[in-house]
Design a protein around this ligand. Structure first.
Ligand SMILES: Nc1ncnc2c1ncn2[C@@H]1O[C@H](COP(=O)(O)OP(=O)(O)OP(=O)(O)O)[C@@H](O)[C@H]1O
Ligand SMILES: [Mg+2]
Length: 328
């Protein structure tokens, strides 16, 4: 993989708003994201629950139209394509592995896996034979004729992975692909991903909370509240995001500090600008007394008074507001 590889996926100023007539109103899930992925790259998306990871994946894969912004898949602007053109582009370029609900309940494992090929016009017999081959690679050959309801969560996920691989996509978008798997199967799946990545140059964009998955990726993007706040290189330690973190300043000049950095800085306040030159910025918080009270995540939501109890949620599950830090 080199910098000369063409772009496989690019997004500019991606916004997504879930509109609702209910009292709690609209949710802004993506706030102006830019993505640039080269063919053959493996990129992880990490971030707290509700930060917009699944929404981002759906918009990037053309499953959901973003409220605004453009997405280019393999050099073609998806937002401009008509229905059939979009289907064809997706079919020959990208596969999805979702958090759940990947399989058609009425088809057995083999036929679920064969379906994307049949949709592309491949003969059913040929498609089913290839489906069986991939299921065997994932140690699922013996369950090929079982309906999804007869399979465990982990087995269903392996069938979903086989289904994603059968079309030999150049890009795989995966939402927590190993979330439902035990450590052994999870390692098996990662080995397969690594093989596809290294030998066949398949690109991956993977939403994950798993250290092993993030480790497999070339870099990780940290998403918070619908914005990329930081980027991490290889060897990300997902339990300690502070190591090797590079903060991102976006095109409109926004810089968001992850909460753990805000705590170390001493908290919110006014900062005067020290040195400012190309590539360098120092901030001096005159009135910030880093030695004063310890900051913790607020116990209740300032917007709707939701009580967070003991959870580590960073967005309010009831109204979607960002959870502020307060003095302990
Ligand atoms: N269909 C929907 N209608 C309204 N709001 C939605 C919908 N889907 C998601 N949201 C909201 O959009 C925000 C982003 O949700 P998203 O599912 O993208 O988060 P996520 O990062 O994938 O979270 P998780 O880690 O829990 O899967 C959340 O505030 C969520 O409540
Ligand atoms: Mg999600």
């Amino acid at each position: 993989m080199t910098d000369e590889q063409p772009m496989i996926l690019e997004a500019d100023a991606l916004y997504h708003i879930y509109e609702s007539k209910a009292e709690d109103g609209n949710v802004v899930a993506l706030r102006g994201l830019n993505v640039a992925m080269r063919a053959g790259e493996a990129v992880a998306v990490v971030g707290p629950s509700g930060s917009g990871k699944s929404t981002l994946l759906k918009c990037l894969g053309g499953l959901m139209k973003p409220s605004s912004g453009s997405v280019r898949l393999d050099g073609r602007n998806m937002t401009r394509l008509t229905g059939q053109e979009l289907v064809t582009l997706r079919q020959r370029t990208v596969s999805f592995i979702f958090q759940e609900g990947n399989l058609l309940p009425s088809l057995n494992a083999r036929d679920n896996v064969a379906q994307p090929l049949i949709n592309q016009g491949v003969r059913s017999k040929q498609a089913k034979a290839k489906a069986l081959e991939i299921l065997e690679r994932l140690q699922m050959g013996h369950r090929a004729l079982a309906l999804p309801a007869m399979l465990s969560g982990g087995e269903q996920q392996r069938v979903a992975i086989a289904r994603a691989l059968i079309t030999e996509p150049r890009l795989i978008l995966a939402d927590e692909p190993t979330g439902a798997l035990d450590p052994v199967t999870s390692r098996e799946v990662l080995r397969l991903f690594r093989d596809l990545h290294e030998k066949d140059g398949v690109a991956f964009l993977i939403v994950t909370h798993s250290k092993e998955v993030a480790d497999f990726c070339d870099r990780s993007l940290e998403l918070r509240d619908g914005r990329f706040v930081a980027e991490h290189g290889k060897d990300l330690d997902i339990t300690n995001l502070e190591v090797g973190r590079e903060l991102l300043v976006d095109e409109i000049g926004t810089l968001t500090l992850p909460p753990d950095m805000l705590v170390r800085l001493g908290g919110a306040g006014a900062y005067s600008v020290g040195e400012l030159s190309p590539g360098r910025l120092t901030l001096i918080g005159e009135a910030v007394d880093a030695g004063s009270g310890r900051l913790v995540l607020a116990a209740t939501c300032p917007a709707c008074q939701h009580a967070y109890a003991d959870d580590e949620e960073q967005l309010c599950p009831s109204c979607g507001s960002s959870r502020p830090m307060v003095e302990a």
